[in-house]
Design a protein around this ligand. Structure first.
Ligand code: SAM
Length: 230
């Protein structure tokens, strides 16, 4: 079997220190040590040119708060060799990289998106917003896709990027201990997951459904099918 290329994740953020503690732990950390995944958090302030390393500015037309400026994101993506520094357009050779912007009002991120991104691309770059969000031209010109992780507003795009990273990484062969565990999960086939129980058989007076203790595989499968839920 051909060796799979490492799936590389990059994060453009003003808080790079929040990324590594999560991705170094547990299954993602183990997958990184096996070189199935790699994680690179970049401080966006590196691509500023003023004394204060400014990444934000006031919105035209007024309004509360500040917006992320487009130029530091462009320069970072050009440094990563993914965007042309003059036009912001995709560079040749970057076809298997996907630039994903995070936005509270973006497209809802789904299980199907996670599977597609893990399968089609070898490199995923997250643009993490802060303040009141990003200049619209970042979303329109630099991002390939703009995702929201849910109908609520967080203080920044780092948690959304980590949530998406985790969901995408689980689709990379070898990241989960047992590939079968992916196939039967809540959103994998649209049918939902059934309730599951472990020992003890009775806990706080609540009994495990008898059928699951019966050893009758056919009946157990029928029960699981009947009890699938989202
Ligand atoms: N003013 C924006 C609005 O009303 O939608 C909220 C900006 S939020 C305080 C700052 C950043 O956090 C956003 O630019 C985005 O990167 C990230 N963010 C917040 N909530 C998010 C969500 N539900 N999904 C994805 N990204 C989110």
């Amino acid at each position: 079997m051909a060796k799979r290329k490492t799936l590389r994740f990059d994060y453009l953020t003003i808080f790079p220190e929040v990324i590594h503690p999560y991705v170094q732990a547990s299954m993602l950390g183990r997958a990184a040590r096996k070189r199935l995944l790699s994680f690179h958090a970049h401080n966006l302030r590196r691509w500023t040119h003023d004394r204060h390393k400014t990444v934000d500015d006031k919105p035209f037309g007024g309004g509360p708060g500040m917006l992320m400026k487009p130029q530091p994101f462009l320069e970072a993506l050009a440094w990563l060799k993914l965007r042309n520094i003059k036009t912001g357009r995709r560079r040749t050779g970057a076809a298997r990289a996907r630039v994903i912007a995070t936005a509270a009002n973006g497209k809802p991120f789904t299980h199907a998106d996670a599977a597609r991104l893990a399968t089609r691309y070898t490199r995923i770059v997250f643009l993490c917003g802060r303040y009141e969000g990003m200049d619209q031209r970042i979303l329109d010109r630099l991002a390939d896709e703009v995702f929201s992780i849910g109908p609520y507003v967080l203080t920044g795009g780092e948690l959304p990027a980590l949530v998406m990273t985790d969901a995408i990484a689980r689709h990379v062969p070898g990241v989960l201990g047992k590939e079968a565990s992916l196939a039967e999960e809540s959103w994998s086939d649209g049918e939902g997951e059934y309730p599951q129980y472990t020992r003890p058989e009775t806990w706080l007076g609540i009994k495990v459904p008898k059928i699951l203790l019966s050893g009758h595989h056919k009946d157990i499968e029928a029960w699981k099918k009947a009890h699938r839920m989202h």
